[in-house]
Ligand binder design. Structure first.
Ligand code: FE
Length: 246
C-alpha cells in the first residue's frame, strides 16, 4: 500500500501545521533594525592637553586645526589642535629668564582660567609645553601666571589674573586669560614662573609680536615672543618653555 502523505485528514492537518510553521519562521526571521544595527565606534575628543610629542604628526595636527572640520569641537579641543608639536629637529635652547617685577603674589589659586566676571580685556587662550633641553616634555611642571588686565591694571590686593597650574602627562598646559594692556613704560606682557619637579624656578615674561614697544623694553628677548592666531572666539597663542634641566 502506497503511503498517502498528502491525502486524508491527517495530511490536511500536516499541511496546515507546515504552513503555520512557515509563517512563523518568516515572521521571526525577518530582519529587525535591532538585530542588524552596526555599533558605531564612539569617537571621543581627546582630553585637553594630551597630544603626545610624536602623535599626531604635524600634518595631522594641521588637518584637524580647522574649526569647520570639527563642528562639535570644544574650545579646548580647538586650542589643542592649534597646539603645535615641538620641533625637536633643531637645537632647543633654554627659555631666557627675566625680571620678576614688583607685582608677584605667592600662593595663587590653582586654576586654568583667570577669567572672572568683570575682568577687562580681549580673551586670550595660551597653550604650550614645558620641555627639557633634550626636548622631552616635563609632566607635573608648575606654572604660575600673573599679569595686568586689558587696561594695564594689576590686582595687587587679591588674585585677579593670577593663578597656577601643572602640566599634564604630555607636558602641556592650557590657560584662559585676557590680553594684557599697556602700562607706563612696558609693552604688554605676561609674567610666569615655571618649575619642573625638584628643579630651580624659571622666572620670565611672555611678549606679543607686533608691539613696537617690545624692542625698547630692557627685559625683552625675541625668544619670549608667543606665536599668535586670531579667531572669532578671541586670540590664541602658544609658547613652549624650555627648562635648563637634563
Ligand atoms: Fe608686569
Amino acid at each position: 500500500m502506497q503511503p498517502q502523505a498528502f491525502s486524508g485528514p491527517c495530511a490536511f492537518l500536516r499541511l496546515c501545521l507546515l504552513s503555520l510553521a512557515a509563517l512563523v519562521f518568516a515572521a521571526c526571521g525577518s530582519t529587525t533594525p535591532a538585530a542588524t544595527a552596526v555599533v558605531q565606534p564612539v569617537t571621543e575628543a581627546a582630553p585637553l592637553g594630551q597630544p603626545s610629542l610624536t602623535s599626531p604628526s604635524p600634518a595631522q595636527n594641521t588637518a584637524t586645526a580647522g574649526i569647520q572640520e570639527q563642528p562639535e569641537a570644544t574650545e579646548a579641543a580647538q586650542a589643542q589642535a592649534w597646539l603645535p608639536i615641538p620641533d625637536c629637529s633643531a637645537e632647543v635652547n633654554p627659555t631666557p629668564s627675566t625680571t620678576e617685577g614688583p607685582y608677584y603674589t605667592p600662593d595663587t589659586p590653582e586654576r586654568t582660567s583667570l577669567i572672572e566676571p568683570g575682568v577687562v580685556g580681549t580673551k586670550l587662550v595660551l597653550t604650550g609645553y614645558v620641555l627639557a633641553t633634550d626636548c622631552t616634555p616635563v609632566a607635573g611642571a608648575w606654572l604660575d601666571f600673573w599679569q595686568a588686565d586689558g587696561n594695564g591694571q594689576y590686582d595687587n590686593t587679591g588674585y585677579g589674573l593670577r593663578g597656577h597650574q601643572f602640566t599634564d602627562e604630555a607636558g602641556s598646559y592650557y590657560l584662559e586669560t585676557v590680553l594684557p594692556g599697556l602700562y607706563p613704560g612696558r609693552p604688554p606682557h605676561i609674567h610666569v614662573k615655571v618649575q619642573a619637579p625638584d628643579q630651580p624656578v624659571l622666572t620670565t615674561q611672555l611678549y606679543f609680536p607686533g608691539e613696537a614697544s617690545n624692542q625698547g623694553d630692557s627685559f625683552f628677548f625675541p625668544e619670549l615672543l608667543v606665536t599668535m592666531q586670531e579667531t572669532v572666539e578671541g586670540v590664541m597663542a602658544t609658547f613652549n618653555f624650555v627648562l635648563d634641566i637634563r
